[in-house]
Design a protein around this ligand. Structure first.
Ligand SMILES: [Zn+2]
Ligand SMILES: [Zn+2]
Length: 268
């Protein structure tokens, strides 16, 4: 049985493949007790061309509470959101957060100012160390803002840089800024997630890796969620067991789930 999956997408996301109800039905089949739909809201300069902010917000507002009621006996469906680049448009972000009763907010960074999504970048004539430096700087800015519950998939660019383009990145050169990000998250009462999607991709690892998990724990971090980042029913719950094992190795004995933006904890 899979206890939770706190990061998933349905067709409310521009890149989702299965309907919200099909995702919930699959979560019920898998016996997932705490299940979050966290569809994309991407702020900033370069959202996907298929992304429609109003339709996403309105669709979730209409569908998710109805599904919560319909499946109340079978799973605890959490009304989540994956907010991308929140600090690129703080005003709109604050408005969205005020107007929607989210249970759970993931703060993610899919692109940095002046650059498209890491998926689209051409890494042959890019200064990769500089790009990673800018990425971590934006994570620090996001941590300082702190209007989310957990920071999403830390080290996401490695999915493309290392996974797809075979370029190794030495994370030890960013140790100081990573420490700063983790300390800021802890000070602000914010968590991180284990995102298991990398296990299904060429990258073959989780976001973030165990060094960062362990460091967050060592510095006093307690709020850790785990999510598959599934975009279709087939991927739901994938890697959660591996995520739990990694969390244990990093020194965690409980995993957070969020209801009404408040963490409660499940023993592992
Ligand atoms: Zn994401
Ligand atoms: Zn996602």
């Amino acid at each position: 049985m899979i206890p939770f999956d706190l990061h998933t997408h349905c067709t409310l996301s521009f890149d989702g493949k299965s309907s919200a109800e099909d995702m919930v039905k699959r979560a019920v089949e898998l016996g997932i007790k705490h299940y979050a739909l966290t569809d994309h809201i991407d702020l900033g300069e370069f959202p996907d061309k298929d992304f429609d902010l109003e339709a996403t917000v309105a669709g979730a507002k209409e569908q998710i509470p109805a599904l919560q009621k319909k499946y109340a006996e079978s799973t605890e469906l959490l009304y989540g959101v994956e907010l991308g680049q929140a600090v690129h448009d703080r005003e709109l972000t604050e408005k969205l957060l005020a107007e929607n009763d989210y249970d759970f907010v993931i703060g993610s960074t899919h692109f940095i100012r002046g650059h498209e999504d890491f998926y689209f970048l051409n890494y042959t004539d890019t200064d990769v160390p500089e790009l990673m430096r800018l990425y971590f700087e934006e994570l620090l800015e996001t941590a300082e803002w702190g209007g989310f519950d957990v920071m999403g998939h830390i080290t996401y660019p490695l999915r493309y840089i290392t996974g797809d383009h075979g370029i190794d990145v030495d994370l030890s050169r960013y140790r100081a800024v990573i420490d700063e990000i983790l300390k800021t998250l802890i000070k602000n009462g914010k968590g991180i997630e284990i995102n298991t999607s990398g296990l299904r991709q060429k990258y073959g690892r989780m976001f973030p890796d165990e060094d960062i998990l362990r460091r967050y724990r060592e510095l006093g971090g307690e709020i850790l969620t785990i999510g598959s980042d599934a975009h279709c029913t087939d991927d739901l719950g994938k890697g959660i067991e591996e995520g739990i094992a990694a969390a244990k190795r990093a020194g965690f004995d409980r995993i957070a789930v969020f209801i009404g933006r408040v963490p409660t904890f499940v023993e592992i």
